[in-house]
Design a protein around this ligand. Structure first.
Ligand code: URA
Length: 300
């Protein structure tokens, strides 16, 4: 059991427990990776004790870590360490990327792609995530939104944009006469990166074949790229979102397809910078206009 100073957790009051959980959440510890807590202080003290007893004269001292690694937990007087959650983590490399391409390409429908992604083990991110967050909304819709990656709420619920940023996105959709029945929402990365860190370039490359196939299969009339990650990855640019937002370009999920794409600010950025909402409003009006012209037949 985790201890707080001299107190065991079971001795804490509800208020103290709540304060401790807030402390963990503020420090970024917001999910449980193992079934039982590990008291590293206890393990370390036991390892030190073993080291003191075993140290023969004249031999180079070993580090506590060396002893911790060598000693079975029972010999250290500590409970056995819990089994790691993941069993198949892999290092992303060219083979994994071509495997991802093959897996994505073989999916003939959106449902098959969801299935294929759920059983794809080539990306380490999936092993720290609770859910594969595939998409929400209507795959028949004319418009597809592509964000970055699930956060904590999305990981819990298995749906994209359901946390605070998602609630803001819903309001922005309503403002241009859309809701989740009239659009399709997904992310560049389907698994939550630990602690909401940015996905690495290799993780992006591993997930790219899936989002490309996803767009191919949905074949929307318009793609809206929410934030830097999906914009840079899918438009193949190093320019930042603040300079690209509001400018239409074409996204090519394959060499035969070309879909009008509009980069705009990520709703999570707008939560941190509410003064920038006026820029997003301009972008969303441009999206509305584009959809209206497309349905009137005056937009390619
Ligand atoms: N941010 C994203 O980019 N995607 C989500 O699904 C939620 C937050």
């Amino acid at each position: 059991m985790v201890s707080q100073g001299d107190n065991k957790v079971q001795d804490l009051t509800a208020g103290e427990l709540a304060a401790m959980l807030h402390f963990y959440a503020d420090a970024g510890v917001d999910c449980v990776l193992e079934d039982a807590p590990v008291d590293r202080f206890e393990q370390s003290a036991a390892a030190k004790a073993v080291l003191t007893q075993q140290q023969p004269r004249g031999r180079a001292p070993q580090s506590v870590q060396q002893v911790e690694r060598r000693q079975p937990a029972a010999a250290q007087g500590a409970p056995p360490p819990p089994q790691p959650v993941q069993t198949q983590a892999t290092v992303p490399d060219e083979t994994a990327i071509s495997d991802a391409r093959e897996t994505a390409r073989s999916a003939e429908t959106v449902a098959a792609l969801r299935e294929a992604l759920s059983s794809f083990n080539g990306c380490n991110l999936r092993f720290g995530a609770r859910n594969t967050v595939f998409a929400d909304g209507n795959p028949e819709a004319n418009i597809m939104f592509i964000g970055e990656a699930p956060g904590r709420d999305e990981d819990r619920q298995g749906l994209p944009f359901v946390g605070r940023a998602g609630q803001l996105l819903d309001k922005m959709l309503t403002a241009i006469g859309l809701d989740r029945t009239g659009c399709y929402i997904t992310n560049m990365i389907p698994w939550r990166p630990p602690g909401n860190r940015s996905p690495t370039p290799l993780e992006i490359e591993l997930c790219r074949p899936f989002i490309e196939r996803h767009v191919e299969l949905v074949n929307p009339k318009v793609v809206v790229l929410l934030g830097n990650v999906s914009t840079k990855a899918l438009l193949g640019t190093t320019r930042g979102i603040l300079s690209l937002r509001g400018t239409w370009s074409q996204y090519h999920p394959n060499s035969d397809m070309s879909i009008p794409a509009l980069p705009t600010l990520h709703p999570a950025y707008l939560l941190r910078n509410p003064a920038q909402k006026k820029l997003s409003w301009q972008d969303f009006l441009s999206v509305r206009d584009h959809l209206d012209r497309a349905s009137a037949g005056s937009e390619p």
